[in-house]
Design a protein around this ligand. Structure first.
Ligand code: GLN
Length: 492
């Protein structure tokens, strides 16, 4: 079979169950594609062919013995922020270039327990700070739709790998949009779950009160399969929620678009910098949902102007604290010939961290310092609460809230935006993390340069099933999610 990379997760599961192909054949197929095509896409930091084939053979053996699950033998690739025992985990940073974790992240362990085969680790902005994946020590990943453009970030490697058919689905993380924005830039479906739905154990911390892992795939259905693996309480993460997890696949048809009240925040569609094409495609998708029976309700989200400043205080503050552990002493990069301990700390961190990470450590340290703590950090926390309340009020009258995922389509590589210009591109995604809500990106068409546009749907707490279900029904009625980038058409 030459087109195994075209199959959905359900088709892969069925094909393996019916012995149309083995996990070894499937895994070899993906490995060949990676070897041929990833030279251009550069989505993987590390490919693990030997290990993948061992896991694939084990999956095939398990299946013959009658012990297979739904996903036994299906390949996956992980964002390089999830710790993998015995395989390098870099978080896109030079400071972790030699880091091999002694344990698996819970998400990785759950994937193994479900029988998933790990193809490798995917590129990302250093410590998940960025919107283009250009902030990686390992170089920029390209957008499969147009190799001169970025795939978005920080989970840009995850998005590019799936969009180029170099993995059937992938894990990502979202602290301020890092699943939804690259999914939008690469024409994929990506779900940022409610804070606490997916364990953060072994997921390298950027801003712990905002970080959340989730699935990135071609469709809501594919995402649902991965959510079934990722979601759930974990005693090793005290912020993971101890409550029943839905069966996201079984629930795909449970929410009707008929009668669904979709909130349209009036502030969101007047944002300076919202590209005409993006606005038009998003509005068309909302019209389609209306045709399917939804009601559009105009709502107010008055705190919109506070999203960027609030996030860009809280996230760097938490980062400055989290990243103190990288000091050149116990693991990671250490500078040459330190003269004393202070020199070792200083030079290991100055040489090991890239520019954007250093910028955020400085901003965060400043915001947390004695004289400024109340004026900046405490104030930002208060505004954060107001942002959350704004959403809760909106959910009294609507079921979901619609927005673009990003104001533009994918930037050109090397576009050289100032940090503030780059931060403003996160306007539509940040509030969801500040409030801890779930949200999903779905592809809804293309701009005039044939770059994908994404619609974001934001749900109330724990409404992942509803979001997946609504997008699933949109995807049954449209075919944007089935369109493939030219490079994905290539066979290995
Ligand atoms: N682009 C945002 C940032 O640079 C979000 C990143 C993320 O979600 N990890 O912080």
């Amino acid at each position: 079979m030459t087109d195994l990379h075209r199959l959905s997760i359900r088709e892969l599961s069925e094909g393996l169950a019916n012995a149309q192909f083995s996990s070894r054949e499937l895994t070899e197929h993906y490995l060949k594609r990676i070897a041929k095509i990833d030279v251009q896409v550069k989505s993987y930091v590390t490919v693990t062919p030997e290990l993948a084939l061992v896991e694939a053979d084990a999956a095939d053996t398990l299946r013959k013995a009658g012990g297979a699950n739904v996903l036994t033998g299906v390949p996956i690739a992980h964002k390089d922020i999830f710790c993998t025992q015995g395989i390098k985990t870099t978080a896109g940073s030079k400071i972790l270039d030699n880091f091999i974790s002694p344990y698996d992240a819970t998400v990785v362990a759950k994937g193994k327990a479900a029988g998933l085969v790990t193809l490798g680790k995917l590129n990302m902005d250093e410590f998940a700070m960025g919107s283009t994946s250009e902030n990686s020590y390992y170089g920029a990943t390209t957008n499969p739709w147009n190799l001169d453009h970025v795939p978005g970030g920080s989970s840009g490697g995850s998005a590019a790998a799936v969009a180029a058919d170099l993995a059937p689905f992938a894990t990502g993380t979202d602290t301020g949009g890092s699943i939804r924005q690259p999914a939008s830039f690469c024409g994929l479906t990506g779900l940022k779950p409610t804070y606490g739905r997916v364990s953060r154990f072994g997921m390298i911390a950027y801003a712990s009160s905002l970080d959340q892992g989730g699935p990135m795939a071609r469709s809501a259905e594919d995402c649902a399969y991965l959510m079934n693996v990722m979601a759930g309480h974990d005693a090793k993460d005290s912020t993971s929620m101890n409550q029943v997890v839905d069966n996201y696949v079984a629930n795909l048809n449970d929410t009707s678009v008929k009668g669904l009240r979709i909130g349209i925040p009036k502030q969101y569609f007047n944002v300076a910098g919202l590209a005409e094409d993006v606005k038009a495609r998003v509005e068309e998708s909302l019209k389609k949902l209306e045709d399917l029976g939804a009601t559009l309700v105009e709502i107010d989200l008055n705190m919109t102007e506070s999203y960027v400043p609030t996030y860009y205080l809280i996230a760097p503050a938490e980062a400055s604290s989290n990243l103190q552990r990288f000091d050149g002493v116990r693991y990671g990069y250490r500078c040459e010939n330190p003269v004393d301990l202070m020199d070792l700390y200083k030079r290991s961190r100055s040489e090991g961290f890239g520019a954007e990470v250093q910028r955020r450590i400085l901003i965060g340290t400043y915001a947390l310092s004695a004289g400024y703590y109340d004026a900046y950090y405490v104030k930002a926390q208060k505004v954060r609460r107001l942002i959350q309340q704004d959403f809760l009020k909106a959910f009294e009258s609507v079921d979901v809230i619609a927005a673009p995922s990003a104001p533009t389509t994918a930037y050109k590589i090397g576009a050289d935006l100032t940090p503030v210009e780059m931060y403003l591109g996160d306007i539509y995604t940040l509030a969801v993390n500040l409030a801890g809500l779930p949200a999903i990106n779905a592809p809804v068409g293309f701009d005039q340069n044939n770059l994908p546009v994404g619609l974001q749907l934001i749900g109330n707490y724990w409404s992942e099933s509803q979001l997946l279900s609504v997008v699933h029904q949109y995807q049954q009625a449209t075919d944007w999610h089935t369109q493939r980038a030219a490079i994905a058409e290539e066979n290995a």
